[in-house]
Design a protein around this ligand. Sequence first.
Ligand code: 3HC
Length: 295
Amino acid sequence: MAEIKKVGVVGGGLMGHGIAQVTATAGYDVVLREVDQSALDTCMGKINKQLARAVEKGKSSQEDADAILARLETTTEYTDLADCDLVIEAITESLPAKLEMWKEVDGIVKEDAYFATNTSSLAVIDQAAATARPERFLGLHYFNPAQVMKLVEVVRAVTTSDEAFEAGLRFARSQGKLAIPTKDKAGFIVNRLLVPYMLDAIRAYEEGVGSVSEIDDAMKAGAAHPMGPLTLADFVGLDTLGSICDVMFDEFRERRFAQPPTLRKMLAAGWYGRKSGLGFYDYSGDQPSPNPGVT
Ligand code: 3HC
């Protein structure tokens, strides 16, 4: 059984930078690949900031933070992933983009390495089958922010070997995560339940049940959720939410997974939530305020 020591993370966005950080924190050497230097700088800027905050709060020592950073190597070249024992994909939620990436990576990375996708919704088998190692391919689904959220869904495709699946469970646990095994069904456990909930919140808004902030405040105060559903949709990224619900709608053909018109129009306007500055809320001020353009 191949021991995991060095981990490649492809994509340093919302999820990828967090996965890279928790992996380096757990003592693994990490190679983080992004498309260009500016994307790598943004990603490392976030990691540096979070590590500095942990030191400031006394939750980590400066030596530990320095050691984590020393374990993190950045690159724009797939060839630097060659000797990784595990490669985790955290790029955009698009099957063609992921397949293109695996085609490159599969030919470069050593044959006994494991491959994992952080897909939120796509069937893992569709990516596994496109590589020459479908038995060493699995899903490792992290939650945003990966540094904080306890769960990793460990997804077993029909081709995943017992050995690779066990390696995935052990890897997630070694990061201090709760590893929950799931079948390879669109949305797995959490998004199967969470995505229709966020979409229903948008429909409730469309039907005039409450304003954006009333719906959010109601779920925080009435159901003890840390964030209301529309804040959460902005936090996840409306583009990501849109991609996930399209995949789930395609798979299950149920209205509860269909994009509500408000979401479709917001995506057409380029309002992707917190990361783009506009979503259900406007993030340009000190505090988020409801986006008056959402009607
Ligand atoms: N990155 C790293 N650390 C972060 C962070 C971030 N983006 N945001 C918050 N934190 C840390 C803070 O530093 C703080 O750490 P500390 O306890 O060591 O000081 C801790 O988290 C709590 O943060 P705050 O006090 O600033 O704020 P909150 O108490 O409001 O917590 C939250 C923030 C953890 C994001 C909380 O609001 C929450 O749990 N929200 C729900 C998140 C959620 O549901 N995520 C899942 C989304 S679905 C998904 O990811 C699936 C995908 O497929 C779509």
